[in-house]
Write a protein that binds this ligand. Structure first.
Ligand code: C2E
Ligand code: CA
Ligand code: CA
Length: 552
């Protein structure tokens, strides 16, 4: 009991370990892969967001630059009323431009596209009057945008910021300047970008902040970051995205993850259903292991000549001797060995073991016969003929000493083939016995057509001897029949002397049963053989029973 509980737990631990390995490995690999994908995807999204911001800023600033270039080319360089139309048109067709102005050499705004018409007629020097119509601003920083343009960051009274581009116009000291909202250089806050970016910033070549939005992550390790520089204008863009906010970290891959986990669970369940066939708690695998481990061993039940009292030989009966010493009887594993096909390997293994263990003792005593139980199915396979002859070739046991027992209990599937195989085996010198006669359903006359050499009378009839008239008659009939057909008779399961006397009176020659000896382990059987027939003593017709055994 304790043993089976221990085996049960060990198996389950093995099964769980195997299950965890089988299911866990792909799951871990998948999650590893998935996090790699999310990582790469997240970084790629962040990089491309930064690239988009660069191209946005370049295209917006590029529009303004083109508009100013066109005005300069058109000769706009001062506040002459003639320039009003061109300036107003430029603002109208260039969306990013909020205000166009003419700036003097001292940096003061002389006029804008909004008041150029009035300032032309007014006192040009009255800058206060002109300024009143302009966007109220303060220059925070100035630096070159490129070889021709200056870039100013302009602070508004309300705290907002604008970008101003200035271009030297004409031959005079004046410049044309365009104001644009800094926010135009930042991504527009759509629902999608809102979700994606946690922080964006754009600065000038020299590091002045043009604009920023969102909150910078407290822990930089929490998100992906990308930094890009505009080759055209030197703007530097910084983008930070939060891990969970990238599109990759969002819905799609989570569903993929869930789906794959589901598949792994299905595989695990399927595996769990299959595993028991391959684990030790599977009886076939366990029997196979026992066979390989040499745990299936031969026992020998002596067969005695009840006319002379001599030992005629033995029937080999398999025993499963487990590692812990327990002995398992064949009734509990032979059916499994037969149905699984292991019976063939087991039978031949048993034969080889007998050759090694008792070959010498048997071979030295030609009158001794050694019987093997041979499953019916084996007789419908011609290849066993060769196997039987190979097994005993080169061993002390002669073919004429080998008896194969075929049971009458199992129906004979291919009668013709079975008969041919039996005949071929008999050709080798092997003798064939019909086991359990009287218990099968084939009918005795049918079975006898197989042409066997020996009839083994089942214990059932032996038990009934003396008590049941019919049984006595059946045994009598069988013995007569056997003698007429020149077959030998062996009575099985003989348990008392009364039965021995009866069988002897009926003319039965050989018997086996507990009254003589139970199936014996090899060592005991060899001692018995020695005791009953010390070599050199007259051994014709078998070994004589020692006085003690014979009298018992
Ligand atoms: P079986 O061939 O009819 O073997 C005789 C059975 O009766 C044996 O049981 C034996 O131990 C038992 N027996 C012998 N004398 C007496 C007795 O006086 N009284 C009682 N009550 N029983 C007695 P065992 O060893 O348990 O074997 C059972 C069956 O398993 C065998 O029946 C045989 O059909 C099968 N078997 C055993 N070894 C092998 C084998 O190597 N190959 C095949 N195919 N079958 C085997
Ligand atoms: Ca038998
Ligand atoms: Ca039998």
């Amino acid at each position: 009991m304790g043993l089976s509980v221990r085996a049960f737990t060990r198996q389950h631990i093995v099964a769980i370990a195997v299950g965890v390995l089988v299911a866990g490995t792909p799951l871990i690999a998948f999650n590893f892969w998935l996090s790699g994908v999310i990582e790469r995807q997240g970084q790629a999204e962040t990089d491309s967001a930064a690239r988009r911001m660069i191209s946005l800023s370049e295209s917006r600033v590029g529009e303004v630059v083109r508009a100013l270039d066109q005005l300069a080319a058109a000769g706009v360089a001062g506040c002459e009323p003639a320039n009003a139309g061109a300036m107003q048109r430029a603002v109208f067709v260039t969306p990013p431009i909020k205000e166009l102005a003419i700036v003097g050499s001292d940096g003061r705004t002389l006029c804008s596209h909004l008041n150029i018409a009035q300032t032309a007629t007014a006192d040009i020097g009255n800058a206060d009057a002109a300024d009143r119509n302009l966007v109220d601003h303060r220059v925070l920083s100035s630096e070159p945008l490129d070889s021709r343009y200056m870039l100013d960051i302009v602070g508004l009274a309300d705290g907002g910021q604008m970008v101003r581009l200035r271009l030297r116009a004409g031959d005079g000291p004046n410049e044309i300047a365009a104001l644009m909202h800094a926010s135009l250089l930042l991504p527009q806050a759509t629902a999608k970008t809102d979700r994606l970016y946690s922080y964006v910033q754009i600065t000038t070549r020299q590091g002045a902040s043009i604009g920023e939005s969102g909150e910078q992550a407290k822990d930089a390790g929490e998100g992906f970051t990308a930094m890009r520089t505009s080759e055209k204008f030197g703007f530097v863009v910084n983008v930070v995205t939060q891990r969970g906010r990238t599109l990759a970290g969002n819905v799609d891959l989570k569903w993929v993850g869930l789906f794959v986990t589901g598949i792994v669970v299905v595989i695990l369940v399927a595996f769990g259903m299959m595993v028991p066939k391959n684990l030790p708690n599977n009886p076939v695998a366990e029997l196979e292991r026992a066979l390989k481990a040499g745990e299936l061993v031969p026992y020998y039940q002596p067969i005695v000549d009840i006319q002379s009292g001599k030992l005629r030989g033995a029937e080999v009966l398999v025993r499963w001797r487990k590692a812990d010493g327990t002995l398992v009887l064949p009734g509990s594993f032979i059916p499994l060995a037969e149905s699984s096909g292991l019976i063939r390997a087991m039978t031949f293994d048993l034969m080889r073991r007998v050759c090694v263990e008792a070959g010498a003792a048997i071979g030295q005593r030609p009158a001794l016969k050694i019987s093997f139980n041979f499953a019916g199915a084996l007789f419908s396979d011609e290849t066993i003929i060769k196997d039987v002859s190979r097994t005993f070739a080169g061993t002390p046991i002669k073919m004429s000493q080998v008896v194969l027992e075929v049971t009458e209990r199992d129906p004979i599937e291919n009668f013709t083939l079975t008969r041919q195989v039996i005949a071929a085996l008999q050709g080798l010198g092997v003798r064939i016995a019909i086991d359990d006669v009287g218990t099968g359903h084939s009918g005795l006359s049918y079975v006898l057509k197989l042409g066997v050499d020996i009839i083994k009378i089942d214990k059932m009839f032996v038990d009934a001897i003396g008590t049941d008239r019919n049984s006595t008659t059946i045994v009598e009939t069988l013995v007569d029949l056997a003698h007429n057909m020149r077959m030998d008779v062996v009575a099985e399961g003989v348990e008392n002397f009364e039965q021995v006397m009866h069988l002897r009176n009926l003319g039965v020659r050989s018997a086996q049963g507990y009254v003589f000896a139970p199936p014996l382990p090899g060592s005991s059987f060899l001692k018995l053989v020695e005791a009953m027939d010390t070599l050199g003593a007259e051994n014709a017709g078998g070994a004589a029973l020692p006085r003690k055994v014979a009298a018992a």
